[in-house]
Design a protein around this ligand. Structure first.
Ligand code: MRU
Length: 370
């Protein structure tokens, strides 16, 4: 029997032209491994969210560039075909800056490459590097963030309640996760903790993916409807909030899954620390205002319908009257004034531009480079 994988994407053993992913649409009911062999396979997996989460989107896109290069025919221009592939990948999901950044890193690899074989090799190696870097970044985020959980545990001497939104776990990255990395490390270090998991309508990444991850590691957790977090904060039942991000501006405004802004507002009203686990790959140094972050709008039926599994089969039910329109904004922007701090791979800093510059002082010299 196949063992449950503990990473979200890998190169197939003995077949470097095949990338394997967990198709996240089937979780938590079934672990389905999907093979990606072409640029189109990767673009579809991104667009239809077989893979999702900002860091993983970036890694998948990097391999998408490599797979595109594997299929350029002799009568096609290598450079022109690869530029088209870059555009195709970038158009799949607009908000996570990791996607744009990973594709641009791959474009640099082939800028001056005239040999196709050499170009393919370089794309493969860079995709592997991006994947490995992501694992290390997430591990370090956890290493820093765990101190926040320990500090509360020391003071409270009772269960620490952490609230998270969407899925910023290893399924959204390659390993560890961003927001969950600190939770995993604290739990391994013996901290008594419990996680409130926002269900995260409409695609329920919290209820399906985060809850699955936490169940796998036997970490105590409870799923709540998105509207419940304010109520719990008022009752003093949330000690700390940790969320991920898809894109954070140089000034510290944070785009994350829709609903994050409302959680941050309630957190401020109730003096609950609100931290964003922020890999440097999700910082967009070219933007200074959260309003400039492109917000993905997805299909109406994600809102008007609900999907789930019944007797081993995927079922879809209608929630709204037939014909009622819906709006489906996938992300919102939390202004930096509501953010207690950023947990990055370089350490923890206040949630503002100065905080980011403390950790990334090299950006003072080249503030707007992507
Ligand atoms: O639409 P999704 O599922 O790709 O959105 C994911 C999120 O909003 C995550 O919180 C974010 O990407 C950070 S993942 C470490």
């Amino acid at each position: 029997m196949m063992q449950t994988p503990h990473q979200s994407l890998w190169v197939k053993q003995d077949d470097p032209r095949t990338i394997e992913i967990i198709d996240q649409r089937s979780l938590p009911h079934e672990v389905v491994i999907e093979e990606l062999n072409t640029l189109e396979d990767v673009a579809t997996a991104l667009r239809e969210m077989h893979v999702r989460g900002a860091p993983l989107i970036g890694v998948a896109a990097a391999y998408g560039m490599y797979l595109a290069a594997c299929h350029v025919t002799k009568d096609q221009s290598f450079q022109a075909t690869m530029e088209k592939a870059a555009l195709t990948l970038k158009a799949t999901r607009p908000t996570a800056v990791n996607l744009q950044r990973a594709v641009d890193r791959q474009r640099v690899q082939i800028q001056e490459t005239h040999s196709r074989e050499r170009g393919r090799q370089r794309l493969f190696e860079e995709a592997q590097r991006i994947r490995e870097e992501d694992i290390e970044i997430c591990r370090k985020i956890g290493e820093h963030g765990v101190s926040l959980i320990h500090a509360i545990a020391r003071k409270k001497k009772k269960t620490v309640n952490v609230l998270t939104h969407c899925n910023a776990g290893w399924l959204a990255c390659i390993d560890w996760g961003t927001a969950t990395s600190s939770i995993y490390q604290a739990f391994e270090q013996g901290v008594d903790l419990h996680v409130w998991v926002n269900e995260t309508r409409p695609r329920v990444q919290g209820a399906s993916l985060t809850a699955w991850e936490l169940s796998q590691r036997r970490i105590p957790h409870t799923v709540i409807v998105d509207n419940a977090s304010g109520h719990l904060m008022r009752q003093g039942r949330v000690d700390l909030i940790m969320v991920g991000t898809d894109r954070t501006t140089a000034t510290g405004d944070v785009a994350n899954k829709i609903g994050t802004y409302l959680i941050a507002l309630s957190a401020q009203d109730n003096n609950v620390p609100f931290y964003v686990a922020l890999p440097s790959t999700s910082i967009d140094w070219t933007l200074r205002n959260g309003f400039d972050i492109p917000i993905e709008e997805r299909a109406m039926d994600e809102v008007t319908q609900a999907e789930g599994f019944l007797d081993g089969e995927r079922k879809c039910v209608q929630l709204t009257p037939e014909g009622t329109p819906a709006a489906n904004y996938a992300f919102d922007v939390t202004p930096h004034r509501l953010i207690s701090g950023f947990i990055t791979e370089r350490g923890i800093a206040p949630g503002c531009e100065e905080g980011l510059l403390q950790l990334f002082p090299e950006r003072k010299a080249a503030p707007h480079d992507g």
